[in-house]
Design a protein around this ligand. Sequence first.
Ligand code: THU
Length: 135
Amino acid sequence: MTPEESAWMQAALEARERAYAPYSRFAVGAAVVDEQGRVHQGCNVENAAYPEGVCAEAGAISAMVLAGGRRITALAVAGVSPQPVTPCGGCRQKLREFAGAELPILVGDPSGLRLRTTLAQLLPESFGPDHLKNP
Ligand code: THU
């Protein structure tokens, strides 16, 4: 990872420490980078009514929008699992609202980078805001 990428991953790892995941015990942290280079963190927040839980990526997107960011230029996700913790299907679509196919996605854990991918790879032939534009 470049020094910049390492800082983003560090932000995701720090966010993971604040996860509220008493049901799954699976803590996730995320950091989205906006068009101004600002980093917005999120952690998963679960709920006794299980489907109401919110993913780390969704929290980070909300923080970005609240801060005035409108474009995601990079994403770092941190989670500990035998497999790299890639964003869930719903979050892939949420990311698509604010990013194009080229979006770099870094997936890591406390030991470092586990996977480098893009939104195009995780959500091919995606539906996005441009589909709603009238010809
Ligand atoms: N989770 C995330 O926050 N992000 C991901 O990328 C994968 C899954 C959360 C949702 C739930 O709180 C827990 O991890 C187990 O699925």
